[in-house]
Design a protein. Structure first.
Length: 185
């Protein structure tokens, strides 16, 4: 799954790099030549809509989402496992809710043949199809991890559940940051 996470991060990075280049070109054209490409803001909205679920996917796979662990390390091992499983399952449920909303929006767009109210007048079904695909990828990753957490919980494998789903301790975060700093130096 980490390879998949890396691919999602690379895709997001490429999208944002291309968007930055296009925005820079647009800015230069406006300032120097008083000409606009028109619709770059529309392109930006599509990039964010598609990029956000890709970032969610990376966060859920890499356990990079924010979790408050003030009391977590002080709990008994089984209670830690239970809270980790609940966190994984509720994130999976949230992803399914977001996917349902995305599907509903996409279907309405198809039904009404909606187009963007911009100079490009883009048929919205195309960017929304990519948004739907990205949201489905996030949901798939979150649901698979939620199922894995539940299976570990039901098999009473608290140690593995905690190892794979616990938030990092302060010491682990510090070690990771120092290692990252060392790699950059």
């Amino acid at each position: 799954m980490h390879t998949f996470s890396r691919l999602a991060a690379i895709l997001f990075g490429l999208m944002m790099t291309v968007l930055c280049i296009v925005i820079a070109i647009e800015t230069i054209l406006r300032k120097v030549f008083s000409h606009s490409l028109a619709g770059i803001d529309e392109l930006s909205g599509y990039a964010i809509a598609i990029g956000a679920p890709l970032c969610f996917t990376v966060a859920v796979i890499e356990q990079a989402h924010i979790r408050i662990n003030l009391l977590h390390r002080k709990m008994p091992v089984r209670l830690q496992a239970l809270t980790n499983a609940i966190a994984a399952v509720t994130l999976a449920l949230l992803s399914l809710f977001l996917l349902t909303f995305t599907i509903r929006t996409f279907r309405e767009t198809q039904l009404f043949s909606s187009v963007a109210q911009t100079p490009w007048a883009t048929p919205l079904v195309y960017p929304q199809a990519l948004w739907l695909l990205a949201m489905a990828v996030f949901s798939l990753a979150a649901v698979l991890l939620g199922i894995k957490a539940l299976l570990l919980l039901f098999n009473r494998n608290s140690e593995k559940l905690n190892r794979e789903f616990s938030p990092d301790s302060i010491e682990e975060e510090l070690a990771a940051e120092l290692s990252d700093l060392e790699d950059r130096a």
